[in-house]
Design a protein. Structure first.
Length: 558
């Protein structure tokens, strides 16, 4: 063969090989086919979720910001999301002001699943030009069904105990207390409990219990955090004296604004002095706008109504600096026995609490659940721990949680007369009370029999729309295959009442059953995620032997 012919033949084989490799790369799953160097094309400035990320919520929207002003019709038709090569039903919109295309899936994504987003080369700018020479494709994976949250931004598990979590509306932000010293770059003291906020999307961990400058840890323990549903505000308890320049020794309530690092002492008396009650200020909640903080205190002078030196419930209005007593009668008299464990709606208007007081409505001396609507012109205290017929609970009721509109309240109780047909276990159960119809229902029930579970259920928490309630339980008959007799986390779907649909959420990645207790569940306002703490290593990256905080996806959400 002549030399020139051989050379032409070799070039032909080389070109053919490049073409074959190119075609294979275009169809290979998981590839980034956006450009020759594998990066984002210059016509697209950023995308979300980020390429190759694995932290997006199941509710995530997919978006892309363009460099140029785009023709909205071509963008809306050229932006797609696929799962296993099947297109996901979605709507696409284009914002001309921000040059942002947003794809909103028609239903929740599946946890721990890879999705592929594509912006077709057919998209055009407003001048009719095609800024993309080829389809831009990127992949991301939704967050796992079970996520360890008490770890630092580098994914390293906390080196000590983490517990007492709260969760925001969407499941993105989780606050918790921890004695670990490796969660943030701010130096913390060994064995000192601090409050942290975890961003489960970015991985960022913020030390909440720190001074206004944001540089120094609280110089005493901090406990019992609660987060606003928008994730901006956190309230907690601490006896530190370096948070706002005030020196004292009792635990106080603090409000932290994570947008500007401001920290405010909440538990001030009408004389402007820190709480000096015998039992310390505790159990705070905060409204979404940061205007209202709910808490309990035994200080005599927390409001203009004398407390009697026992725990009362107060609502602090940050716009006026005043606190009103909530645990009072319609005539303005303080409750004549201790009140505690308050909860409130995101706007601060609906409040529930427990109380031993007998001067509200109760005729017996048991601990009862009460409801107050602060927006009502007439102040009333409504008893919640009653049977459907109105009979009050014949034993203590505790730890209420309410829906956003205040219509539905859940709590746990030792009472046996709230549902005499279903409650047969002689121990603590979770109940729901629907206020508009004065209707009370057993929640911790066996799905097959409708009777109470075979062991104690406690610590109920309800979603904002009252569709789901989560609780912990020692019962082994709420779901099938529960054989080890430890405390598990359960969720009941209230949207299908009277049907009983209950699922266990604390399922280890290993597929086995949890071997130790899990405690204190809280559920996001939208019902999609639940947080709790346990010493069980639910995930493979849980490398310590301490209690850790986890976030589980509510698989029953529809």
């Amino acid at each position: 063969m002549p030399e020139t012919t051989k050379s032409q033949y070799d070039r032909f084989r080389l070109i053919t090989a490049f073409l074959v490799v190119g075609i294979i790369s275009l169809v290979q799953p998981g590839c980034n086919c956006s450009s020759s160097n594998g990066g984002t094309p210059s016509a697209i400035t950023s995308v979300s979720p980020a390429s190759s990320s694995a932290t997006s919520l199941v509710t995530t929207d997919v978006s892309a910001i363009f460099r140029d002003d785009m023709d909205s019709a071509t963008v809306e038709s050229g932006f797609t999301l696929t799962l296993n090569n099947n297109q996901v039903a979605a709507t696409v919109s284009y914002d001309e002001a921000t040059k942002t295309a947003t794809l909103s899936p028609g239903s929740d994504l599946v946890s721990s699943t890879e999705y592929r987003a594509t912006i077709a080369s057919s998209v055009k700018d407003i001048n009719g030009n095609s800024p993309l020479s080829s389809d831009y494709v990127w992949s991301f994976t939704s967050s796992p069904a079970m996520l360890l949250t008490s770890k630092n931004a580098n994914g390293v598990t906390g080196f000590d105990v983490s517990q007492s979590a709260d969760i925001d509306a969407t499941g993105r932000y989780i606050v918790f207390e921890s004695e670990a010293t490796n969660l943030t770059s701010i130096a913390t003291t060994l064995n000192r409990s601090h409050i942290y906020r975890k961003d489960t999307i970015t991985g960022e961990v913020i030390l909440v219990s720190r001074d206004r400058a944001g540089l120094v840890e609280a110089n005493n323990d901090a406990f019992n955090p609660s987060i606003s549903t928008n994730g901006r505000y956190v309230v907690f308890e601490s006896a530190a004296n370096n948070l706002d320049g005030t020196s004292f020794f009792r635990k106080q309530i603090y409000l932290k604004d994570l947008d500007n690092d401001d920290v405010t002492l909440i538990s001030l008396t009408i004389e402007g002095l820190p709480d000096d009650g015998a039992n310390d200020a505790s159990n705070a909640k905060v409204s979404d706008d940061g205007r209202y903080v709910l808490f309990q205190s035994s200080d005599f002078l927390m409001s203009t109504i004398h407390s009697g030196g026992i725990d009362q419930i107060y609502l602090k209005d940050m716009s006026t600096g005043s606190a009103q007593m909530i645990s009072r009668t319609a005539t303005g008299a303080a409750g004549n026995a201790a009140s505690g464990n308050p909860d409130m709606s995101a706007d601060g208007t609906h409040i529930v609490f427990e109380s031993l007081a007998t001067n509200f409505t109760a005729s017996n001396s048991n601990n009862h659940i009460y409801y107050v609507d602060t927006s009502s012109e007439e102040y009333t205290v409504e008893q919640i721990s009653v049977a459907t017929g109105g009979a009050e609970a014949d034993a203590n009721s505790n730890k209420p949680s309410e829906s956003d509109d205040g219509s539905t309240v859940v709590f746990h109780t030792d009472a046996t007369n709230l549902d005499v047909v279903a409650d047969k276990n002689g121990t603590t159960d979770v109940y729901l009370h629907y206020r508009p119809l004065a209707f009370t229902k057993l929640i911790s029930a066996n799905p097959n029999t409708g009777k109470s579970g075979n062991d104690a259920s406690r610590n109920a928490h309800i979603t904002g729309n009252a569709d789901y309630v989560v609780f912990d339980s020692l019962a082994s008959d709420l779901v099938s295959g529960d054989v080890l007799g430890v405390k598990d986390i359960f969720v009941r779907d209230l949207s299908v009442l009277p049907d009983i649909t209950i699922e266990r959420l604390n399922n280890p990645e290993s597929g086995s059953e949890a071997t130790a207790d899990s405690d204190d569940p809280v559920i996001s306002t939208d019902g999609r995620y639940v947080s709790f703490h346990s010493i069980v290593p639910y995930t493979i990256d849980d490398t310590n032997s301490w209690s850790d905080v986890f976030r589980a996806h509510n698989s029953t959400h529809r």
